[in-house]
Ligand binder design. Structure first.
Ligand SMILES: Cc1ncc(COP(=O)(O)O)c(C=O)c1O
Length: 429
């Protein structure tokens, strides 16, 4: 069996920044201990929350390195490579003329349009500043000091941060060897202190989607007073038969909420708009803990225009799903043993050779999302960018076959690509 390519330890203790560390993170030390910000020492006089000392740092996907005469591709943030539709840009431009006014306080038009799609009352839909903003509201509404939030690990990096900033305790439960949620272990991790469970489906960064029946069995195990959040940021890319039907569960169960975003399939990552479909009392609480005017008028306009142009946008999603199948197929032919890729990204278990893979990507002007010693998450983006990744992945397999055989690659019997291929030729746009 393949080695499990992600750590099973708690995220807050896996090599993250400590107080006073070089990037100015981890400010939870006592007053008087200077903080290093860049190359400056800044005196700390105010009392900051001690939890900041151990808070993991959110690492956003890097843009491609400049230079080298090659067009750069950013495959590090699971963004949509298609720019917004012209109708969406027009709606945003029209809204831009009114920026002296506050937006609608609760994005009511957007929430009503979404409620109609999900077949729930508008009172159950709450929009926020990106789904990560809504997640912060969910934690603020359900969990505080001494409470626990259970989630799979490795999963979306914001989870431990948002949970701990909210004052609650993160309870990470290791994924299975094939990158899936271990739902029985997650159910077993629920205690009297658990207030929320986060299920990420498809899971970022490993890719597999949860099955409907396994989620139903999980919900049957979890007490009704624990909120179970299905984070479905990538749901529009799912084509797996039997995948969890989140809206159905959200309509039928009193402790299930959906978390959705306009950042991925709808291509509005820059706008920061997401939403929850939550049980009525939870939705009320989410509105209590929100910052006023969290969703800008531009974001509301963009999201509404995108819903109106949904058919065209979902055709683009279809194109990305087709491209994902091509990329996954080629990787499998190279000998990679991959977890299911149900989102708009692929997980490559590069293990100890992750740094080598990332170096090659940097040289090829493509950024990916590395997890040191574990693997890389690569967004399915523009086809030329994907080609560069395939070329590097094939060289990785060659290298593994030559010596330092990586346990992540099923090299035996795999057809190896032609090592004489000129990388420059392969990389030329
Ligand atoms: C699983 C998951 N949930 C939520 C988000 C946050 O999306 P946003 O805040 O852009 O809506 C992301 C972003 O990458 C994600 O991967």
């Amino acid at each position: 069996m393949r080695r499990q390519p992600w750590p099973t330890t708690a995220p807050a203790t896996t090599g993250h920044h400590r107080p006073g560390a070089a990037r100015g993170q981890g400010t939870g030390g006592p007053p008087g201990v200077p903080l290093l910000v860049g190359s400056y020492r800044v005196p700390v006089t105010v009392r900051l929350r001690p939890i900041l000392a151990d808070l993991p740092t959110y690492r956003a996907g890097k843009p491609p390195p400049a230079g080298g005469g090659l067009y750069g591709y950013k495959l590090s943030s699971n963004e949509n490579p298609f720019p917004p539709l012209s109708g969406v840009v027009e709606a945003v431009t029209a809204a831009a003329a009114m920026q002296n006014r506050y937006p609608a306080p609760f994005a009511v038009d957007l929430e009503a349009a979404l409620a109609a799609r999900f077949g729930v009352p508008a009172s159950r839909v709450v929009a926020g500043a990106g789904s990560v903003g809504v997640l912060q509201q969910l934690v603020a509404a359900t969990a505080g000091d001494g409470d626990e939030v259970v989630f799979a690990w490795r999963s979306f990096e914001a989870y431990p941060i948002v949970v701990q900033v909210g004052g609650a305790t993160a309870v990470p439960v290791p994924l299975t060897a094939d990158g899936r949620h271990d739902l029985p272990s997650m159910a077993a991790a629920v205690t009297e202190r658990t207030r929320m469970v986060l299920l990420c489906t498809p899971n970022n960064p490993t890719g597999p989607v949860l099955g409907h029946e396994e989620v139903v069995a999980f919900l049957d195990e979890v007490p009704d007073d624990v909120l179970v959040v299905l984070d479905e940021a990538y749901v529009e890319f799912v084509r797996t038969p039997g995948a969890v039907d989140g809206p159905r569960l959200a309509r039928r169960r009193r402790n299930v909420a959906l978390l959705r975003t306009f950042s991925k399939a709808y291509g509005l990552a820059g706008m920061r708009v997401g939403f929850a479909v939550a049980p009525e009392p939870v939705a009320v609480a989410l509105r209590q803990v929100t910052i006023p005017f969290a969703v800008t008028a531009l974001a509301q306009a963009a999201a509404l225009a995108s819903l109106a142009a949904e058919r065209e946008l979902l055709q683009r999603v279809d194109a990305l799903v087709t491209e994902r199948a091509r990329v996954v197929g080629e990787l499998a032919a190279q000998g990679w043993d991959l977890p299911e890729a149900a989102g708009n990204f692929v997980w490559l278990p590069t293990g100890a050779d992750t740094a080598w893979f990332v170096e090659q990507c940097d040289e090829a002007r493509v950024t990916v999302r590395p997890f040191d010693g574990e693997g890389v998450r690569v967004t399915v983006g523009e086809d030329f960018g994907n080609e560069r990744i395939l070329e590097i992945a094939s060289r990785f397999v060659d290298r593994a076959a030559e010596g330092a055989a990586s346990p992540a690659v099923a090299a035996a019997g795999a057809p190896l690509p032609d090592a004489s291929t000129d990388p420059d030729e392969a990389l030329a746009d």
